[in-house]
Design a protein around this ligand. Structure first.
Ligand code: CTP
Length: 420
């Protein structure tokens, strides 16, 4: 597959080296390989010898359409231990085992993959997977820190069921997540090559909220809204991919946990209020992408509310929920913190969307307000978003229609500019 350039010529999609480590999660990497090839990348799979214990060379060769060996002495006349790394435009290592991370951190080169890691000069992404104890061991943590200091993106393992019957941190992040981050890294690299500044968020802690809260009437019924959580998840994913420590407080979202993100699930606006206000003091930035319900029933029935024989219906009295964005903005835990709100507006007979949004930014007291025009049901649930980002100094940046990941990237660039 090719993409068009501005002068109309066709450009092949970047070529990727997919390094596969010796872990049980190697079988999931077949799905990642498919996603990469189907989106048009040439993929050279370089497994370790241990990886071939889990998935054989024929599978990798058939799926990639390229030769597969762990041995630098195969086809040695082509000098593969140098050529493969130098030609790569992105290297993805999955699963990145404790052993592979240790070898990479120490610069060892005893097989084709570790040689390739030393000769590659492109962005490198490690998706870690191993048993919890191995991940938490100080040796592994020190090796991961070394790789990150050198600019390598290391995705923490996800939490969930491990190889045996136990659960914990150690699972390979979902192939769809690894694929999404690989595409972001390539997009960032292309933007850097074109001279754009890409915010590096290493060393920052960011707190993001996402999803729509639910206010229960009884154990089975609630008042809610149709927020999908996609924009908040995109913000969390991209901040993590750019090196930030990310906490995502997620209200009722069905989306998979973004790789490397600490996810805190909540239900109601008051739960969200408690989690955000408790964590805000630790955060360099807080982004309120969630849609919290403004009202809740004044009473929650302990048991399911039943129909009555006479057909009378229960009255629902509502009380107002706290405004989280206004609270954290007005009682700022830190002066150097950047606070971002969202506003979904339709405008009315007297006021434009921007007039209402400007008044909201003042009222809430945040630094940036991402404004969506939702007249006609636009944006909700979509993978695309179009916005204007207002800042408290009077600026307004229109962001044309694009992916929610792309909008998230612009938001982090503006947050970073305010930190500077
Ligand atoms: N927000 C919040 N707490 C609430 C309601 C909203 O923190 N109880 C945040 C949202 O996460 C969003 C911003 O405030 O970042 C604006 O949300 P919106 O629903 O547009 O604001 P409201 O204050 O509810 O304004 P409106 O009167 O227009 O509904």
């Amino acid at each position: 597959m090719t993409t068009s350039t501005t002068d109309g010529t066709a450009k092949a999609r970047p070529s990727v080296v997919l390094g596969v480590g010796g872990g049980i999660a190697a079988y999931k990497v077949c799905d990642l390989l498919r996603r990469l090839t189907e989106s048009g990348h040439q993929v050279r799979v370089v497994p370790t010898a241990a990886a071939l214990e889990f998935v054989g060379a024929s599978t990798w060769a058939a799926l990639s359409g390229q030769p597969v060996t762990p041995d630098p002495f195969d086809d040695v006349h082509e000098v593969p231990h140098v050529r493969i790394g130098k030609a790569a435009e992105l290297v993805v290592v999955a699963p990145a085992t404790a052993n592979l991370i240790a070898k990479a951190a120490h610069g060892l080169a005893d097989d084709l993959l570790t040689n390739t890691l030393l000769t590659a000069r492109c962005p490198i992404l490690f998706a870690a997977a191993m048993h919890t104890e191995m991940w938490e061991h100080p040796a592994t943590q020190a090796n991961v820190a070394t790789l990150r200091e050198r600019g390598i993106t290391v995705l923490d393992p996800a939490v969930g069921r491990l190889t045996g019957s136990d659960t914990g941190r150690g699972r390979l992040p979902e192939p769809a997540e690894i694929f999404a981050i690989s595409q972001l890294m390539l997009a960032d690299e292309a933007a850097r090559a074109a001279g754009h500044k890409i915010a590096d968020l290493t060393g920052r802690h960011v707190l993001v909220s996402a999803g729509g809260t639910r206010e229960h009437l009884d154990p089975v019924r609630y008042l809610g809204n149709s927020s999908s959580g996609k924009q908040g998840y995109a913000l969390a994913r991209i901040a993590a991919a750019r090196g930030a420590k990310v906490t995502l407080v997620a209200a009722n979202s069905e989306l998979p946990d973004p790789a490397g993100v600490h996810v805190v699930p909540v239900t109601s606006t008051r739960d969200l209020f408690d989690e955000i206000t408790a964590r805000a003091a630790d955060a360099d930035a807080v982004v309120m992408a969630a849609a919290p319900a403004d009202f809740r029933p004044s009473d929650v029935a302990e048991h399911k509310i039943k129909k009555t024989a006479d057909g009378s219906v229960p009255a629902v009295n509502l009380v107002q929920n706290p405004d989280i964005l206004a609270t954290i903005s007005h009682d700022r835990a830190r002066t150097d913190q950047v606070i971002v709100g969202f506003a979904a507006e339709t405008g009315d007979a007297e006021h434009s969307v921007i007039d209402l949004a400007r008044a909201k930014l003042e009222r809430k007291g945040c630094d940036l307000l991402v404004v969506n025009d939702v007249s006609g049901g636009k944006v909700f649930g979509s993978d695309m978003n179009e916005a204007v980002i207002l800042d408290r100094d009077g600026g307004a940046l229109p962001v044309p229609s694009g992916s929610k990941d792309a909008l998230a990237g612009v938001i982090w660039n503006l947050v970073d500019a305010r930190w500077q």
